[in-house]
Design a protein around this ligand. Structure first.
Ligand SMILES: *[C@@H]1O[C@H](CO)[C@@H](O)[C@H](O)[C@H]1NC(C)=O
Ligand SMILES: *[C@@H]1O[C@H](CO)[C@@H](O)[C@H](O)[C@H]1NC(C)=O
Ligand SMILES: *[C@@H]1O[C@H](CO)[C@@H](O)[C@H](O)[C@H]1NC(C)=O
Ligand SMILES: *[C@@H]1O[C@H](CO)[C@@H](O)[C@H](O)[C@H]1NC(C)=O
Length: 225
């Protein structure tokens, strides 16, 4: 997730708001912009373990996920369940391989891996005294985000409008109050068929919202030198 989010991170200035001194800023014309952004993103993401209210960025350690729907695929188990009040953790540990703005094409491309993403939801059958958990290991992430520009007071503000995302865990471990064994024996099919679309949707909404919160406060001119 919900990660990247990060961006601010990239951005030292954030319109005069005070960020930790180790946040980096890049120049859109510098020859090694790619490397600079990658470093800034990596550095920024790891600092999302607290909120940055000045730029509308929440703490992602963990992120609140209001709703997640699992099911109703077919095999091996027809689970059809809505989870509420979940916490999604692990965004801040992302290893970023790519974080590239294409200012002409108006896209942001992000790729990387999450060593572990953990989703915890209160189990309604126990009134939340027990947790339903899903742990995803070594999650490969790639995303292409398209944005539009608007000018305000001579500054360029961007707003993300569409995206394509893929998420691919090397392993998923489910702890439900039902069918655990069957599900874990068939984790890949279960994740892909019953969960992936909604998980991608949650991550997508989280990231797009984070980006747009941030970039509604910080113009491109402020975000970059
Ligand atoms: C997340 O939910 C908890 C309650 O479970 C709440 O205390 C916290 O403020 C929420 N965080 C955000 C960023 O909404
Ligand atoms: C959960 O709460 C409901 C009412 O709020 C109660 O009727 C039920 O017995 C509770 N279940 C457990 C497992 O505590
Ligand atoms: C995840 O990746 C690490 C490092 O590449 C590896 O040691 C570990 O076995 C992997 N875990 C799983 C569950 O595949
Ligand atoms: C992500 O959300 C945006 C806007 O909410 C939507 O246009 C886009 O299709 C979504 N992408 C994915 C991969 O769900």
């Amino acid at each position: 997730m919900r990660a990247t989010v990060v961006v601010c991170l990239l951005v030292a200035s954030c319109a005069g708001v005070t960020l930790p001194p180790n946040f980096q800023k890049c120049n859109r014309n510098q020859p090694d912009l790619k490397e600079c952004l990658l470093k800034a993103a990596q550095n920024g993401i790891s600092q999302l373990t607290r909120a940055y209210d000045e730029v509308n960025i929440p703490n992602v350690h963990p992120l609140n996920v209001s709703e997640l729907f699992i099911g109703a695929g077919v095999d091996p188990v027809a689970v059809d369940k809505e989870f509420k009040g979940c916490k999604l953790d692990g965004f801040h540990n992302m290893n970023v391989d790519k974080f590239e703005f294409d200012f002409e094409g108006k896209t942001l491309t992000i790729a990387g891996t999450f060593p572990e993403q953990t989703l915890e939801c209160p189990d309604e059958f126990t009134n939340g005294t027990e947790l339903v958990t899903i742990v995803l290991k070594n999650v490969t992430f790639s995303g292409l985000f398209n944005y539009e520009e608007t000018m305000k007071d001579g500054k360029t503000f961007i707003n993300f409008v569409s995206s394509k995302i893929n998420i691919d865990p090397e392993l998923a471990v489910f702890h439900f109050d039902f069918f655990d064994e069957v599900i874990n024996d068939n984790w890949k099919e279960f994740f892909n068929e019953e969960m992936k679309d909604d998980y991608v949707d949650v991550v997508n909404r989280t990231l797009v919202q984070l980006f747009n919160n941030f970039f509604s406060k910080v113009s491109l001119e402020e975000a970059f030198d």
